[in-house]
Design a binder for this molecule. Structure first.
Ligand code: PLP
Ligand code: COI
Length: 340
């Protein structure tokens, strides 16, 4: 198969229109059979539920070219079940999980020419999402929905790739206690836009959100979970009911324990502890693992000992093992890799 003529190694994290996307509609209590389409545009009624009351949820996963030239996806079943959790929380119908995984197969296969080559540093980002489509004016769930899935080739989420980033503690919250922080709803990201724009304007790469109730515990960023490494080589990941259960983080916990022989603590992490960690990073599908060099709390700087030049040694081991599994260089745990 002939690849598209793209400058793979210089792609940013942006949208490139690819050939095919998948669409299925929910009406009268049932999903239709769904199909691939060429049409990248959506035409909806002006009063559609998604426009009025933000009834939309989404997912993000990637397809990779392996060292031996296959195309694979990473744990799509977990994205299917998280989308189902998100849908239930916003009173939307669940798109059947096995059909989700099948749609991933179809979309990647149909756009195989856009899957970046092995070694290019780029990957194919897949964006499944669902929205309320029929007119809704009283505050209530829609009756009709559309599920869609498109893909776009992407490069690193942060410019500079694996260079450590600088983040700041945000004065804004992205989630409320007992709110929607633990699901992947568009509304959570709308909440974070002002905070990210102002953080960028002030010279920071991202925000660290603290727990909305007490502002003493580390939550996550606008688009990734945190990982920390202690001076005695333990992996620590924050536990909270108002953060997204990152598939990358859950995978790294397994990798740390079973591949690297590390101890792992998944627990509440107080902001006061952060100054004592040896390494820090963000993890997520888009972020992969992005090392953190500096955290700024209202002008007070915390310099992470691993520094501003490169990833710390343990972060690097985690990164190499995770991406090695994704790109077929390292044997994957049973069921993690789905070949297209
Ligand atoms: N937290 C937020 C708010 C996110 O948007 C994401 C991205 O999906 C993550 C964490 C990381 O989750 P995952 O590793 O499943 O991509
Ligand atoms: C992902 O990592 O898939 C996300 O959805 C994060 C988003 C900020 C791009």
């Amino acid at each position: 198969m002939e690849k598209k003529d793209l400058d793979w190694s210089n792609l940013g994290f942006g949208y490139v229109k690819t050939d095919k996307r998948y669409v299925s509609n929910f009406k009268n209590g049932a999903w239709d059979e769904g199909a691939l389409t060429d049409d990248a545009d959506i035409v909806l009624n002006e009063c559609a539920g998604v426009f009025q009351y933000a009834q939309t949820v989404f997912e993000g996963l990637k397809a990779y070219t392996t060292e031996d030239g296959h195309i694979v996806t990473f744990r799509p079943d977990l994205n299917a079940s998280r989308l189902a959790d998100s849908a239930r929380r916003l009173e939307m119908p669940v798109f059947p999980e096995e059909r989700f995984v099948d749609a991933v197969q179809k979309v990647v296969e149909a756009n195989a020419a856009y899957v970046p080559p092995y070694g290019s540093g780029a990957t194919l980002y897949i964006r499944p999402y669902m929205m309320g489509t029929n007119p809704v004016i009283g505050v209530k769930p829609a009756d009709e929905y559309q599920f869609r899935m498109f893909c776009t080739p992407v490069g690193p989420y942060f410019k500079g790739g694996a260079k450590p980033i600088t983040i700041r503690v945000s004065d804004y919250d992205r989630a409320a206690p007992c709110g929607t922080g633990n699901i992947k709803a568009g509304l959570n990201y709308a909440m974070s836009l002002h905070a990210i724009v102002t953080a960028h304007a002030d010279g920071f790469d991202e925000n660290m959100y603290l727990d909305p109730k007490t502002r003493t515990k580390v939550e996550e960023t606008g688009g990734a979970n945190f990982i920390f490494v202690t001076k005695d080589n333990k992996l620590v990941t924050p536990k909270s009911d108002s953060i997204l259960p990152s598939i990358t983080r859950r995978s790294l916990v397994y990798v740390a324990e079973h591949y690297l022989g590390m101890k792992v603590e998944h627990r509440e992490v107080y902001f006061d502890e952060v100054k004592d960690f040896a390494e820090a990073g963000l993890c997520g599908t888009a972020a992969v693992i992005s090392p953190i060099g500096k955290i700024v709390d209202h002008g007070k700087e915390i310099l992470i000992p691993s520094g501003m030049e490169e990833m710390g040694p343990v972060t690097k081991k985690l990164y190499d093992t995770l991406t090695g599994i994704q790109m077929g260089r390292i044997e994957a745990p049973e069921g993690w890799i789905k070949r297209i």
